[in-house]
Design a binder for this molecule. Structure first.
Ligand SMILES: Cc1cc2nc3c(=O)[nH]c(=O)nc-3n(C[C@H](O)[C@H](O)[C@H](O)COP(=O)(O)O)c2cc1C
Length: 221
């Protein structure tokens, strides 16, 4: 039974992925490219990668005949560029962001990584084709990645602190126990100080000590 299109897209959007721009040159030497998240490492020896390209893409013919492609893994500064390369008919290379790489393919100089490949094989897959490529040149730069998740572009730096903050908001019994053990302060005092310090156990202990908060008569065991 065929599942609903929307459900399939939603299921796939719950898999976080990096974002790439895949480029090549047409027979007249014009740069062509599209935004792709369907990218994967394939083999270490020889070094191989794969991308999946829709057979409805305007650039389909170029990619399946040029014999070469480059994958540019985007850092967090390239969200607008990714949108431009996901728009059929856009003047994608007008901004002059790309330079020619070692094999003559368009590459982004400040991509997290650029991988220039020779096409190895094509594998049909429904309404897409899988292009496998042998990597002939690679460049790597430090930086934060752009992530596509839940149908949105996100930054790793944005996701991680948000999670930590969410976790920090709740005072747990374990935190109270840890603060009580070190300070012998009362449960309510410990909870209040943990709230005050954003659930930072060490800060809570230090704060209680610095205030000289009274220890209870019943000794903590
Ligand atoms: C985040 C994102 C990821 C995408 N990933 C792919 C992909 O892996 N393969 C693909 O064929 N199209 C993908 N697309 C759509 C193409 O980038 C878009 O259809 C592009 O315009 C096709 O090239 P064209 O302009 O030559 O038609 C993606 C779009 C977005 C926004």
């Amino acid at each position: 039974m065929k599942i609903d299109d929307k459900l399939f897209r939603k299921a796939m959007s719950s898999f976080p992925s990096g974002v790439t721009i895949v480029t090549t040159l047409d027979t007249e030497g014009q740069s062509r490219g599209f935004t792709a998240t369907a990218f994967s490492s394939l083999s270490c020896n020889p070094p191989m990668i794969l991308i999946c390209l829709s057979n409805k893409a305007e650039c389909f013919q170029t990619f399946t005949s040029s014999g070469r492609f480059a994958v540019n893994i985007l850092s967090q500064d390239y969200e607008q560029l990714a949108m431009r390369f996901a728009t059929t008919g856009a003047d994608k290379f007008a901004g002059g962001e790309f330079v020619l790489g070692e094999s003559g393919l368009p590459v982004l100089p400040y991509a997290l990584a650029s991988l220039e490949c020779k096409v190895d094989q094509f594998h049909p897959g429904g309404d897409h084709v899988i292009l496998t490529g042998i990597v002939e040149h690679a460049n790597v730069h430090e930086g934060e990645a752009t992530v596509y998740f839940g149908g949105k572009f996100r930054f790793l730096a944005e996701l991680v602190p948000a999670k930590i903050d969410a976790l920090k908001l709740q005072v747990t019994a374990l935190m109270i126990k840890a603060v009580r053990k070190e300070t012998r302060a009362g449960t309510l005092d410990c909870r209040a100080v943990l709230d005050e310090t954003g659930c930072d156990v060490q800060k809570a202990i230090d704060l209680i000590r610095s205030r000289g908060q009274k220890t209870p008569k019943i000794v903590w065991v």
